[in-house]
Ligand binder design. Structure first.
Ligand SMILES: Nc1ncnc2c1ncn2[C@@H]1O[C@H](COP(=O)(O)OP(=O)(O)O)[C@@H](O)[C@H]1O
Ligand SMILES: [Mg+2]
Length: 447
């Protein structure tokens, strides 16, 4: 197929009246791109004093009520004024993170090499992540007979930026939880990580300490860097530092929805402002900051719209989260079909779609649940090595931490039932360690 045929197919495929039917802002905001056309709203109207109100007015009122209540609840749990800070790490934890023994770390600290940790009144040493990274740099500089990359694993030379899209259009499949823990795990290992919130609902931003409704103003999300008009800004202007040394964030909020409205218009006009066609725009935006990072983790929204497609085209690998239930499998099958369909059009139009790896990650897994183990066995049978060996187990440690917008990596072991914490942490480290070794393989590092 020639490039022109590709272009026509692309335009037809992505025009608003074809596949992705978002015909008004209001509609887009409910987040369902595929069903909106056929939705039949015939729920009986609640009798109320404002019985004359039209459905849009009433829904608007409900939205306002709910949003203000949610915000009040969230502020009670997590006051907006309280800047998140990362806990400090015991010398045992710090040594393990650096890959050296407790006694080596103790000797270094006592000899005054590197930053000095705080001492608790019981005499325990507590290191911050940035102190750990300083010590890593010292260790790398004097790596006697060992590879300096064991201490400071930054990419170099031909090693290309890893962009991992965490995706699936099933909400609740664990995308955001996976993205946040993966990004933090990699930062803890000493990589330079950028987390990108591609979801207008912005739960990743919230987990990483940035509240989408109060902390993120106009033109401060990824949208700022991919928009089609003259207000476009380079991505580095919207990147924020987080309370994790080495982990930065491009926050999201509802503004991201604009991309879903503006892309079909730009396609129809055949004009894309100063930049490229929609599917190249996220890759283009990332180009501005690529040099500063080793890994980018993109938390995708639960739809297959323009944002997700552009994210998938920027990616160098893909992690598809899957909760092992028959219904979720059916929805994943739909997701795969549609992804195939849309991406092949993008590829025919000239999009570069070569991934280092694609992996399915089993999430919220309950090993004692018969049907779930059957589904997992079925997946492994079908997809073999494409299913990560380690599943992420269902754990109250993860969901409890999530209630206060925290991850397990930031909660100390002392704050939870030990066995629950350990089990969840073991699973997390297993999953994230596996993804880390895929990254290293993509860089051609052995092991
Ligand atoms: N391993 C897990 N154990 C327990 N609860 C989990 C786990 N992973 C995710 N959850 C919970 O499931 C819900 C949905 O997860 P989330 O990551 O937000 O999914 P998605 O981003 O795909 O919509 C959240 O409340 C989260 O705390
Ligand atoms: Mg999510």
């Amino acid at each position: 197929m020639g490039p022109l045929a590709g272009k026509n197919a692309l335009t037809n495929k992505f025009l608003p009246e074809s596949r992705i039917s978002v015909s008004s802002r209001q509609r887009g905001r409910n987040g369902n791109f595929f069903v909106t056309r056929d939705v039949n709203v015939n729920t009986p109207r609640m009798p109320s004093a404002e019985d004359a109100a039209t459905v849009d007015v009433m829904i608007g009122e409900h939205a306002r009520l709910l949003s203000s209540q949610l915000q009040a609840m969230s502020e009670a749990l997590f006051p907006p004024t309280s800047q998140k800070t990362l806990r400090r790490f015991t010398s045992g934890e710090a040594a393990r993170l650096m890959g050296i023994s407790d006694s080596t770390l103790r000797k270094m600290t006592l000899a005054g090499e590197g930053p000095q940790p705080d001492l608790t009144h019981s005499g325990r040493r507590l290191y911050t992540l940035s102190q750990i990274n300083e010590i890593r740099a010292l260790l790398a500089a004097s790596a006697r007979g060992r590879d300096a990359r064991e201490f400071v694993p930054h990419r170099s030379g031909q090693e290309h930026l890893q962009v991992i899209a965490v995706t699936n259009f099933k909400g609740g499949s664990g995308k955001t939880t996976t993205s946040a823990h993966l990004a933090q795990y990699l930062a803890l290992q000493g990589y330079r990580v950028l987390a990108v919130d591609l979801d207008p609902q912005a739960s990743l931003s919230a987990l990483l300490g940035v509240l989408p409704e109060t902390d993120v103003g106009a033109n401060q999300t990824l949208y700022a860097a991919i928009r089609y008009d003259e207000e476009r800004r380079p991505l580095h202007e919207v990147v924020r530092k987080t309370y994790f040394d080495g982990l930065d964030l491009v926050p999201g909020n509802l503004e991201l929805m604009e991309f879903e409205h503006m892309s079909p218009r730009a396609l129809a006009r055949g004009a894309h402002g100063d930049g490229s066609v929609f599917y190249l725009r996220i890759a283009e935006a990332l180009g501005d900051v690529a040099e500063r990072y080793d890994v980018v983790v993109i938390d995708c929204p639960p739809q297959l719209g323009y944002l997700t497609l552009s994210g998938l085209c920027a990616a160098t690998s893909m992690t598809i989260t899957i909760h092992p239930q028959m219904l979720d499998l059916a929805s994943m099958s739909q997701f795969l079909l549609m992804t195939h369909d849309l991406l092949s059009v993008v590829r025919e139009a000239g999009g570069r779609l070569q991934y280092d790896f694609i992996r399915y990650l089993v999430t919220r897994y309950e090993a004692q649940d018969g049907p779930q183990t059957k589904v997992v066995a079925f997946l492994r049978n079908l997809f073999g090595d494409h299913v990560l060996t380690n599943p992420m187990v269902k754990s109250t440690a993860i969901s409890d931490a999530g209630l206060t917008k925290q991850t397990l990596y930031e909660i100390g072991r002392e704050n939870m039932t030990r066995s629950t914490y350990d089990r969840a942490m073991e699973a997390l480290d297993g999953v994230n360690g596996e993804i880390e070794s895929l990254i290293k393989q993509a860089w051609g590092r052995v092991g």
